[in-house]
Write a protein of this length. Sequence first.
Length: 334
Amino acid sequence: MSNRSFLPGSDHPSMPSHISKNPTETFPLVLQPISNSSAKNISIKEWVKETEFWIEEVLHKYGAILVRGLPLSSADDFSHFIDILNYELMDYTSGTGIRNVVSGNVSTASNELSSVSLEPHNEMAYTRNYPSKILFFAQTPAPKGGEGVIVDVREYAKLLDPEIKQKLQETGIKYIRFLQDRRFGGYTSWQDSFLTNDKEVVIKFMNEHNYDFNWDENDNLTYSQVLSPIVKHPKTGEEIWFNQPHSHHASYFYYHPDFIDSKLEPHLYPFHCQLGDGTELSLDLIAHIRQKIWLSAVSIQWQKGDVLILDNLLVQHGRMSFEGPRQMFVSILK
Ligand SMILES: [Fe+2]
């Protein structure tokens, strides 16, 4: 990890040299057919019927369940699988990732450049309108790199410096986005992020979700919200360390090929965060968080057809950079 190209914080002395934790029998929990002949006879409908209730009951215990050997080979198959599952879908309005919708319930996992490694994060922890579950489908694993990365939040949070945790709890974390008007052709426009060309639709969203926001004279939008770094798990009532000051910080772009020569004020990058009182977070503090995340990370060597089911509060996900064709899909659920 240390000095890896286009990995946020990779040049900080605290960055671990490599992912040192191995998957265990329970993280992720792997479900697979007992034999090739049994795999041939699996009906998706039957499988869902038989396992859905059980998954719902145990997901908060394991956090991550990797299902292998299902007869799924395309985004349409994955979409059909999601349809059968009895979950409520969430849309990705205001999401920071770069994705495109493939069908009503499935998007590309990330259209970010293949040279960029995406550090582990909880999906949409920068809002309070986040998914409870996130499912990934490996249609085409990369021939080189592109591993999935998962982090058990309960384990990682134990490694954090208690003073840093206390500081973040005292002030909260201010998540800021700067979305340019589409005519400037930036990273993500407000039109693309909110799937509209109508400012009034965006203003309604801002008001409904209690964001502070303003438009500048060039129709660029800045908005922000201060959030607690902790949420309550809906199933267990446990307080969970659920936030993303590292992967929502302007320093993400310091390591991004498209921004490498930019020398902008932090709040003029597409996203940024600060302490709740508006004080900048130091790069050492962000590096500390990144270090503890990578020390807790477990990698997944994708196999074609894999489905990974994550409790989004308990498990972070990321991906390593890759070469060659790779196609992953995602579905986010309420
Ligand atoms: Fe994500």
